[in-house]
Design a protein around this ligand. Structure first.
Ligand SMILES: Cc1cc2nc3c(=O)[nH]c(=O)nc-3n(C[C@H](O)[C@H](O)[C@H](O)COP(=O)(O)O)c2cc1C
Length: 304
C-alpha cells in the first residue's frame, strides 16, 4: 500500500509543477526570449570578428578588384607539378638597339603623324609579301609572359570579304539604330561613319586581329595568357606603323557584336576573340578624311 501512495504523491507533485509552469508562462517566456537573444547577439558578434580576421589576411595576398590580367584565371592546384612554358630558355648578352632609322625619332614621328584612318579604298592591288612582312613585324611585339596571344587572319578572297561585309553591315544597322546610345552616334557624326562599309569589299585585304584569351598546352590544359588584350593591342599598334612605313593605308575598326559570327566564318577556335578588323590598301583618289587635330605634346606629356 505504501509504494502505491508514494507513486501517487510523485504524480501529484509533477502535475502541480506543470501547472506552475503553465500558470507562470508570461514571466518565464520573456526570460527564455532574453537568454536566446543574448546568445544570438554574442554568436553573431564572434562570427563577424572571425570573418574580419580572415578577410584582412586575404587582403594581404589578393589583388585589388580592378586589376585585370585576362579572361581566364588559372587556379593553383597543390597536387600538380607546374612547369613554365619558358622552362628551358637560356639568357644571352644583349648589346642594345642596333638598327636605327635615319633621322631617328623625328623621322618616325613624321611617318606616324602621316597616318590617317582611311574609309575609302582604291582597288589597286597590294603585294601580299608586304602584308606578310608587316604582320611578321607585329609579331615582334612584347606580350605578357611572352605568350604571344595573337592571330592575324588576312582575307583577300572576294567572296569571303563579301560575307564579312554582310555580317558587319547587318549588325551595324542594328548597332546604329538600337544598340549605340544617341550620344555615341552623335559623337561619331562628324566622322561620317554609318552602317554601310564599302571599304570591306573595296580594300584588297582585310586583317582580322584575334586575341587568344587563353592557350592550350601540349597536355590539353589551358594556359593563362596574361594581359592578352594589352599585348594584342600593342602588336596591332606596331602593325599600323609597319603598314604606314610600307606606304599602305588602314583603319582600326571594331565591329560591334560581330565577333562570334566572324570567328565562325573564319573557322577560328573558341579561345580566339576578335579584337579589331583592319581594311588595308591604298586610299581611293577621292578619299577624304576629317581634318582632326592631334593634342600637342604639352597636353599629353607630364615631366617629373
Ligand atoms: C579602339 C578603336 C576603335 C575604333 N573603331 C572604329 C570603328 O569601328 N569604325 C571606324 O570607322 N573607325 C574606328 N576607329 C578609328 C577612329 O575613329 C580614328 O582613329 C579617330 O577618329 C582618329 O582618326 P585618325 O586615325 O585618322 O587619326 C577606331 C579607333 C580605335 C583606336
Amino acid at each position: 500500500m505504501l509504494p502505491l501512495l508514494a507513486d501517487l504523491k510523485t504524480t501529484m507533485s509533477l502535475l502541480s509543477e506543470r501547472s506552475l509552469i503553465l500558470e507562470n508562462w508570461m514571466y518565464i517566456a520573456p526570460v527564455i526570449l532574453l537568454i536566446a537573444t543574448y546568445l544570438y547577439v554574442t554568436e553573431n558578434r564572434n562570427h563577424r570578428r572571425r570573418n574580419a580576421n580572415n578577410s584582412s589576411k586575404e587582403n594581404l595576398t589578393s589583388l585589388a578588384e580592378s586589376e585585370y590580367i585576362g579572361e581566364y584565371q588559372e587556379e593553383n592546384s597543390p597536387s600538380e607539378e607546374y612547369v613554365s612554358l619558358l622552362e628551358n630558355v637560356k639568357h644571352k648578352p644583349f648589346p642594345g638597339a642596333k638598327i636605327v632609322l635615319d633621322g631617328g625619332a623625328t623621322r618616325f614621328y613624321e611617318i606616324a603623324n602621316d597616318r590617317r584612318s582611311v574609309r575609302k579604298y582604291s582597288r589597286r592591288s597590294v603585294d601580299f609579301s608586304v602584308i606578310e612582312k608587316c604582320i611578321q613585324t607585329a609579331g615582334t611585339g612584347p606580350s605578357g609572359a611572352h605568350t604571344q596571344p595573337w592571330t592575324f587572319c588576312v582575307v583577300g578572297n572576294s567572296e569571303m570579304k563579301q560575307a564579312i561585309r554582310e555580317i558587319i553591315e547587318n549588325e551595324e544597322l542594328e548597332n546604329y539604330a538600337k544598340r549605340m546610345s544617341r550620344k555615341w552616334t552623335t559623337d561619331l557624326g562628324p566622322l561620317r561613319t554609318n552602317h554601310i562599309k564599302e571599304y570591306l569589299t573595296d580594300a584588297p585585304y582585310l586583317i582580322l586581329v584575334f586575341k587568344k584569351v587563353y592557350g592550350i598546352r601540349t597536355d590539353g590544359q589551358k594556359q593563362q595568357h596574361y594581359y592578352n588584350e594589352i599585348s594584342v593591342s600593342i602588336a596591332t599598334g606596331i602593325l599600323l606603323c609597319a603598314l604606314q612605313c610600307a606606304g599602305l593605308n588602314s583603319l582600326i575598326s571594331t565591329p560591334l557584336n560581330c565577333g562570334p559570327a566572324l570567328r565562325q566564318l573564319l573557322n577560328r577556335p573558341v579561345n580566339e576573340k576578335l579584337l579589331v578588323l583592319l581594311p588595308v590598301g591604298y586610299a581611293a583618289d577621292d578619299c577624304e578624311v576629317p581634318d582632326l587635330q592631334r593634342k600637342p605634346l604639352d597636353e599629353i606629356m607630364v615631366k617629373y
